[in-house]
Design a protein around this ligand. Structure first.
Ligand SMILES: Cc1cc2nc3c(=O)[nH]c(=O)nc-3n(C[C@H](O)[C@H](O)[C@H](O)COP(=O)(O)O)c2cc1C
Length: 189
């Protein structure tokens, strides 16, 4: 007979054992964390650097094989079409074995109501099942919700942790807010 996790949790609560009595509910191990991010113009990367400094986690930058057009309006037109079609853009970055990581800080700019295409492409190939994902998103001014729902869609079997958001123009001055978020989620003291 298989007992569901929900039933076990209810039983544990009834016995007054609390969540920590169950192996599946053990605290997140932040010592097994990696920062995976895409950043075209450096805003999201500046957050990744603060997370790395504060936590000691390794950074993995996603790069594309074929660079986007230099001209901003050409680039954004191409990206809009890719986002609408949920297209891929192949990656140059070699992705290491991620099986030893329990936590992924996942960084991306917000593109056209969604996640950047390079980060979507990464998640199409690596759905981060069983890991806890802490998204960090920058945008011009839009709310990051469309990017967060795309992450949930592509990582259905990951646990979503609390996200961090800042407008891209404020990203380089966000150190204190980033460290406060890291303390809140339990990544640092
Ligand atoms: C292709 C593209 C689409 C974008 N779409 C939006 C958008 O819909 N709403 C918004 O507020 N900002 C949008 N932005 C602005 C970026 O989200 C913002 O500048 C972000 O901080 C860039 O991060 P990065 O420097 O890490 O690449 C877009 C930028 C690009 C390049």
């Amino acid at each position: 007979m298989t007992i569901s996790r929900r039933v076990l949790l209810k039983g544990a609560a009834a016995l007054g054992l609390g969540a920590l009595a169950l192996p599946g509910a053990m605290a997140t191990d932040f010592s097994k964390a990696i920062i995976i991010y895409y950043s075209r113009s450096g805003n999201t990367e500046s957050i990744a650097r603060v997370i790395a400094e504060a936590t000691g986690a390794k950074m993995l930058r996603i790069d594309v094989k074929e660079p986007y057009a230099e001209a901003y309006s050409d680039m954004t037109d191409i990206a809009r079409d890719e986002v609408r079609r949920k297209a891929r853009r192949e990656l140059k970055t070699e992705i290491p074995d991620l099986s030893g990581y329990e936590v992924v800080y996942l960084g991306s700019p917000y593109w056209w109501g969604s996640l950047s295409v390079p980060m979507s492409t990464f998640l199409m190939d690596h759905n981060l099942a069983g890991k806890t994902v802490y998204p960090f998103i920058t945008s011009g001014s839009s709310s990051p919700s469309g990017a967060l729902s795309r992450i949930r869609e592509l990582c259905p079997a990951a646990t979503m942790g609390e996200h961090f958001y800042v407008p891209g123009s404020d990203a380089r001055d966000a150190g204190a807010d980033i460290r406060a978020w890291l303390r809140k989620i339990g990544a640092v003291k």
